[in-house]
Design a protein around this ligand. Structure first.
Ligand code: PLP
Length: 410
């Protein structure tokens, strides 16, 4: 129960709340934690590899990886050591001083992407905010519109939310930040008709992660590159979910061998320690002079220590393992031949299983949780399967058996 406004006012305070004499309505929600997530009624207290343990010590397969974050599973010895070593030395110092950890990570990300400069922040949303600012800076105040895709997802802050082409994400928060135009995902023809002189960039996810693991037609990303070149526009790939090896390539756009001008990453970069990055080519990077952008926590030494290890672990062998295990899972689910499943799609270990009309993905995810398998959902009909990169055939088999059991007893 909340106190009355009268009780909340400090004695002798000049700031008596308005209507201080009236009682504020009784609030039956007495949780201190904001109720902006719908959470499953289970709490995990420890993790080891591809497994999680709840408060009762019950063991679960983790086929969600904290929504594409803990790619190397829980308690990975080498990542843990890198983090522990850093914790024992220094936690935070700000970006006013040199950082050899950031330099090393930036060099690795530049090499992996073929781009030149890296800005570090703390999340996917922030990486996209930076990308939007970089693009507008590059537009020199003459061009500012950014084209994004309907049903895309770029984050929850005003810039990244406005870039997100989904009404349900904006609802109640309008007005949006101006300067975004939305086109259907995967449709190159729709782009031509949406072009005007004010457009400076296109920003899309190589695979839409939050709207059902939607893979665009082959050639789409290449087509975007050609379109951007034709109109002297920047191409931005939001690889927050698809990047850092999740699809079996370091970046998902590398399946099409296109080179964007800006890439944003976060989620899997530091295996669970908050970190985001915006990677760009030097023609853009040089415009971001001291004072133009920044972050107190961005590139924190602990997160950077974890990320340097993650990048080292994400070698060609691991990427090919991710690719082949993704195929193994997709093929195994398809071979169940269940009428409850409409389509299985994705790349690497970013997998969507679309269910037949009338079957709720949330309900199936809950039943799997009761069977000690943790997965996610993407939209109302799609199961989102994001296992860690360290799974074995045994775990795949267990997952497929649990899925069959739950779907057929639905
Ligand atoms: C493609 C994409 N972009 C941006 C974001 C936002 O990232 P964050 O939640 O780290 O701010 C997400 C999160 O799901 C995402 O999937």
């Amino acid at each position: 129960m909340r106190m009355s406004a009268k009780m909340e006012a400090e004695p002798g305070s000049y700031n008596q709340p308005k209507g201080a004499e009236e009682n504020i309505e009784e609030d039956t929600n007495n949780k201190a934690l904001l109720q902006n997530y719908s959470r499953y009624a289970v709490e995990f207290v420890s993790g080891d590899g591809a497994y999680l343990y709840d408060t009762e010590g019950q063991k679960y397969f983790d086929f969600l990886s904290g929504i594409a974050v803990t790619g190397f599973g829980h308690n990975h010895p080498e990542i843990k050591k890198a983090v522990e070593d850093q914790i024992n030395k220094l936690w935070h110092i700000s970006n006013l001083f040199e950082s050899s950890g950031q330099e090393a990570l930036a060099e690795k990300l530049a090499e992996k992407s073929g781009l030149d400069n890296v800005f570090f922040c703390n999340s996917g949303t922030e990486a996209n905010e930076a990308a939007i600012k970089f693009a507008r800076k590059w537009g020199k105040g003459k061009r500012s519109t950014i084209i994004t895709a309907t049903n895309g997802f770029h984050g929850r802050t005003y810039g990244s939310m406005s870039a997100t082409g989904q009404f349900k994400v904006w609802d109640g928060f309008q007005p949006l930040t101006p300067g975004f135009q939305y086109v259907p995902f995967g449709d190159l023809q729709a782009l031509e008709s949406s072009y005007n002189d004010n457009v400076v960039a296109i920003m899309v996810e190589p695979i839409q992660g939050e709207s059902g693991i939607l893979v665009p037609p082959d050639g789409y990303l290449k087509g975007l590159r050609e379109f951007c070149d034709k109109h002297n526009m920047l191409l931005i790939f939001d690889e927050v979910q698809t990047g850092m090896g999740r699809t079996g390539k370091f970046f998902a756009h590398q399946y099409e061998e296109v080179k964007p001008d800006i890439i944003t990453i976060a989620k899997g970069i530091a295996n669970g320690i908050p970190l985001g990055a915006t990677i760009c080519k030097k023609e853009i990077g040089k415009l971001m002079t001291p004072g133009s952008h920044g972050s107190t926590f961005g590139g924190n030494p602990i997160a950077v220590a974890a990320a340097n290890k993650v990048v080292e672990l994400l070698d060609d062998k691991t990427l090919s393992y991710i690719g082949s295990y993704g195929k193994l899972i997709r093929d195994a689910v398809v071979s169940l031949n269940l009428e409850e499943i409409k389509e299985v799609r994705g790349k690497g270990l970013l997998i969507g299983i679309e269910l037949k009309e009338g079957i709720s993905a949330k309900k199936i995810a809950l039943k799997l949780l009761e069977n000690k398998v943790v997965i996610g959902t993407s939209g109302e009909k799609v199961l989102r399967i994001l296992p860690p990169f360290i799974i074995t055939e045994k775990e795949v088999l267990n997952f497929v058996m649990s899925l069959e059991k739950v779907l057929t007893s639905n």
